[in-house]
Write a protein that binds this ligand. Structure first.
Ligand SMILES: NC(=O)C1=CN([C@@H]2O[C@H](COP(=O)(O)OP(=O)(O)OC[C@H]3O[C@@H](n4cnc5c(N)ncnc54)[C@H](O)[C@@H]3O)[C@@H](O)[C@H]2O)C=CC1
Ligand SMILES: O=C(O)C(=O)Cc1ccc(O)cc1
Length: 367
């Protein structure tokens, strides 16, 4: 029997989920609603949705699954609108927002109406926005956190997981509070730090613009997420206020400690500060995607001469291994350059490592 999915907010995440649902479900019609008409048109052109709805009401009333994928501030307003709409009694509503406590408080009004709302957060994404960046495999192997309300029947949770099976994500059930505390530390707070590092360099750039030219490699890596959507991150910070204020206070104390170490020239303390961070960082799992996703990267040492990069890519092309991204990390005179190749999955990365080794190219999974 034909089922209808209604996606509200057709950006990077809404679009990627729609594509993931389409590849796994038969007989499904995907309807979309967008406040930005151009994006709605693009979503249709790219076959992300089958139909556009003219209002939330039109799309919601006969939907079997509703996915709210707008920034969390807007998501709250959409939930308020949904409370006043007559929907199928069996409908499941979920969201994809990066915060969960405030969203789940809003969901109380839907629960009171007898509607199932299960909070959701796919823990993968990118600094890119918009439906043109949407990909069906965006969430493969990533964690996908669900925050059901206590009385939600297990069968409804299983039904939602089934709907989302095309994401190939690993589902994890959590309380909204635990969710906001953990994602605050591994995802939200790093975005504040990345933006602050960029601000620091931008202020110097006003006096000496050479800084932008030399801000390469590591600086670009650590601040990539500062290119994310300001609307989305404004809303996240406003939603996760308490967690972030506590983390900022801890960070301030930590920075004072670092300041002291440098001021007193405490070389042992400085060494141990970096060493203990390295030990923990090196021990993080590399195979799974986290809040800051890993892209199945492979770092290849390449001699710094013309042709070496095309040699690597043609070796992989001959073996029919697709590269999803390629970047030269550092190439300097007389120094081996490092090429960062990204692959779609672990299997491609393993095959690439083996065949490059046969051609005397040494490669590493971590740099
Ligand atoms: N970008 C990322 O990496 C991740 C984002 N998220 C969450 O996913 C949600 C969406 O983020 P993205 O897709 O990245 O943003 P996006 O900016 O690519 O897409 C959001 C879309 O929602 C639309 N929109 C805004 N208000 C609307 C409304 N009232 N009705 C209908 N459409 C509306 C916007 O026009 C836009 O096209 C956010 O809540 C974010 O916290 C979750 C995981 C990862
Ligand atoms: O691009 C990145 O590294 C991200 O951090 C993506 C991201 C953004 C928001 C989330 O709630 C989860 C993941």
């Amino acid at each position: 029997m034909e089922k209808r999915v209604f996606v509200i907010g057709l950006g990077l995440i809404g679009g990627s989920i729609a594509l993931a649902i389409r590849r796994a479900q038969e007989d499904v019609t995907i309807v979309g609603f967008e406040i930005n008409e151009e994006r709605l048109g693009l979503a249709k052109t790219l076959n992300v949705i089958d139909e556009g709805a003219v209002s939330i009401e039109q799309g919601a009333k006969d939907a079997d699954l509703i996915i709210i994928s707008a920034p969390v501030g807007q998501a709250e307003e959409i939930m308020e609108t949904l409370v006043n709409i007559e929907m199928k009694p069996t409908v499941i509503i979920t969201d994809v927002g990066s915060t969960k406590q405030q969203i789940m408080s809003k969901a109380i009004h839907l629960h009171k109406k007898g509607v199932t709302f299960i909070g959701g957060h796919p823990m993968a994404g990118s600094h890119k926005s918009g439906v043109s960046a949407a990909r069906p495999h965006l969430f493969e192997n990533a964690f996908y956190i669900l925050t059901p309300e206590k009385n939600t029947p297990a069968a409804k949770i299983e039904e939602l997981k089934d709907w989302l099976s095309g994401t190939k994500a690993n589902f994890l059930i959590m309380s909204p509070k635990e969710h906001d505390e953990l994602t605050g530390a591994v995802s939200h707070f790093p975005h504040i730090v990345a933006a602050s590092l960029v601000h620091q360099v931008a202020a110097i750039d006003e006096k000496n613009s050479t800084i932008s030219s030399i801000a390469a490699g590591g600086f670009r890596d650590i601040t990539r997420i500062a290119s994310s959507s300001p609307t989305m991150w404004r809303d996240i910070l406003l939603h996760n206020k308490d967690t972030l204020l506590a983390l900022l206070e801890k960070w301030r104390i930590e920075m004072d400690r670092v300041k002291d170490m440098i001021d007193t020239m405490d070389s042992d303390a400085i060494y141990s500060y970096f060493n203990s961070a390295k030990e923990f960082r090196d021990g993080l799992p590399v195979k799974q995607k986290g809040a800051i996703p890993s892209f199945y990267d492979l770092y290849v040492d390449v001699p710094d001469h013309p042709g070496s990069i095309s040699e690597v890519t043609s070796i992989l092309a001959k073996e029919e291994i697709s590269i999803t991204n390629i970047r030269i990390i550092e190439v300097r005179e007389d120094i081996m350059g490092v090429l960062r190749l990204s692959f779609r999955n672990e299997d491609d990365r393993k095959r690439a490592q083996i065949c490059l080794a046969k051609h005397q190219f040494e490669s590493f999974i971590e740099m």
